[in-house]
Design a protein around this ligand. Structure first.
Ligand SMILES: [Fe+2]
Ligand SMILES: [Fe+2]
Length: 281
């Protein structure tokens, strides 16, 4: 089956373990072909969104973000709930990557290969976290979760530049900042295995944000847009969450954020802090 059609089909599924396996298999196919034929990758076809898209499992139950309890790491339940939240992020990250691959026509072959490879890596992350949960007698679906990440996918469904700006290089980049403090908390709580899983995730996420930066810049250049001012414009138009410091400067630089972008980010954060109205994203 043609890759983009296959990616869309995986997204219609509701068996999350099967989705993760299918995403890995598709990623492998995409990486093996330097020059895919039209039968394998049709970059020009605009594909329709099926009804009831994407498929969702019965569990976890999806609730508004405010409906989720704060998690204490003093209990086994609290630790499992935290790692379950990570599993949910990774499941959504599989969806985000597959969606980036199928939805947008007319991009270079490398764009589709990047996003299918990322879908495979997200599937591995999901499996690693599920493995950790299984050792504690839990499975994905045991705790409530929220569907906030998918909202931005919906809002940017008609504009690949906005998608690259606001999903990988905003929402995924937030993971670069959030992961080291989470690892510290888990280390203090004696969860070395969980810290090691998050090490793998953080290493790969730098690459995912870098892919977002690469294609965002490529798209801006082709359209004669300034990447910094256009980003601010997209954040306003699509109501992007305000990012809060402290930022993981090293990881963000490795992922390709420029000095100007880092300054803009820090300035926006300082503005909110000084105003005393820190709005949670
Ligand atoms: Fe991930
Ligand atoms: Fe990612």
């Amino acid at each position: 089956m043609e890759w983009r059609t296959a990616a869309r089909l995986i997204l219609q599924g509701s068996d999350t373990q099967a989705m993760a396996q299918a995403a890995q298999a598709l990623a492998q196919q995409a990486l093996q072909q330097a020059e895919p034929s039209l039968a394998e990758l049709d970059t020009q076809a605009a594909l329709a969104t099926p009804s009831g898209f994407p498929g969702l499992p019965e569990r976890p139950r999806l609730v508004p973000p405010q409906g989720l309890p704060r998690r204490s790491l003093h209990t086994a339940e609290g630790k499992a709930a935290l790692m379950h939240a990570v599993a949910h992020i990774e499941m959504n990250a599989i969806r985000l990557a597959l969606d980036a691959a199928w939805r947008f026509a007319g991009m270079p072959t490398a764009y589709y290969q990047d996003w299918l490879r990322i879908a495979g890596e997200e599937a591995l992350h999901f499996q690693l976290v599920c493995g950790w949960l299984a050792q504690r007698g839990h499975a994905y679906g045991d705790f409530d979760a929220h569907h906030g990440l998918w909202d931005m996918v919906e809002r940017t469904r008609d504009d690949v530049t906005a998608r690259m700006a606001l999903v990988p290089r905003t929402l995924e980049a937030r993971g670069l900042d959030a992961t080291p403090p989470m690892q510290q908390r888990l280390a203090v709580a004696g969860e070395a295995d969980a810290v090691a899983v998050l090490d793998v995730i953080l290493r790969d996420e730098v690459g995912h944000v870098a892919v977002g930066n690469h294609w965002y810049r490529w798209l801006c250049e082709r359209q004669g847009l300034d990447p910094v001012s256009h980003y601010a414009h997209l954040c306003r138009v699509h109501r992007a969450p305000r990012l809060r410091g402290p930022f993981n400067r090293d990881a963000r630089r490795q992922a390709g954020f420029s000095d100007a972008e880092m300054l803009a980010l820090e300035a926006a954060d300082a503005e909110v802090s000084v105003g005393g109205r820190r709005a949670d994203g």
